[in-house]
Design a protein around this ligand. Sequence first.
Ligand SMILES: [Zn+2]
Length: 377
Amino acid sequence: MFYQKKEKLKNKNKIFKFISSHKEFNKQSIAEALDFSFPTVTKFIDEFLKLEIINEIGFIEGKSGRKSLTYRFNPNNLLSVGIKVEVNRINLILINLNGQEIKKSEIYNNFFNDVNFVNFIVTELKKFLYNFSDYKKIRGIGISLPGIVNDITKQFEIGTNFQLFSKDMKFIEDEMQLPVYLINEANAGVFAEYILSNYIHDNLAYISIDTGVGAGIIINGKLYQGSHSQAGEIGHISVIPNGKKCSCGNFGCLERYCSNTSLVESFKNEFKLESLKLYEIFSLKLHETEQGKEILNTYISYLGSAIRTFQLIFDLNKIIVGGEICYFTDEFNFKERLKAEVFNNIFCKDDTILEFSRHGDLSNLFGAALLPFKEFL
Ligand SMILES: [Zn+2]
């Protein structure tokens, strides 16, 4: 039974991929391309017609020269909301079935241990969707959170840099009358990168550099989360034995040196600054000073060593680095220098494996928004 259900879902995914990439099609073209029986194709076409994600556009001559009933993909008839939660910021996005952005918003606030967190999210969601006439087209809400989440109980379980009193996201579901899906931020990132690059790289990791550092992993085309949903917590690999104390309990963890927070902290300490934002390291040209260069050398060497270890374990065919730092790669030749650090041994040679995300620090936002469409993707 379970097997049958899984097979059915696989067929649905295949047909969805075909129709979303071909835009106009008939049943014959799907059956031939995917080697499916006519009744199988008909069953899913009926389901998609009911959801109005495809429309009949009339009898049009196909390749065979015969006229047949032709359909058109209509990605705007199912929509989804994504939320990315960070320690001091939330991003909201509304996308269509193609993953295209319809609307986006960004709000700054300090959420650390905020009792009113879920209330805040609901208020912002209501503002974001105020007067939105197509509310009924929204399939659900996906939320990317910086920590370990439980999507069954809708709870935010563990965050090392981020704690919440109000961990229960079920409240959002009840208030918005829409299903809510939770995902860890690095997993959201890898999910988006995998789908938005048309499933090309089936052994893929997304390294998220944000307030913390984490990795989302796809192995053989499937999200790998481990036995306790903690796979990919590379931010807590020790890079310096007996180094700085980490909130996880360990010492010398990667994220104590390479998260955005830690990088900014190093510059603040070195230049005796009261406050500093990541972008100001570059706008104030601190990265061009001797001390700044030294800090960035250390940063690249620790990050590179952790990614190298990761690659030696998983032997991936693509590693994508994402986060705000992606916007400044040209400022300090980050790409080439990180590649040189990672691919320095006989096992790690092909440096085209490493890339920086095209979505900057927003892959996880797209990943969250794609979650309610999981049944199609
Ligand atoms: Zn740690």
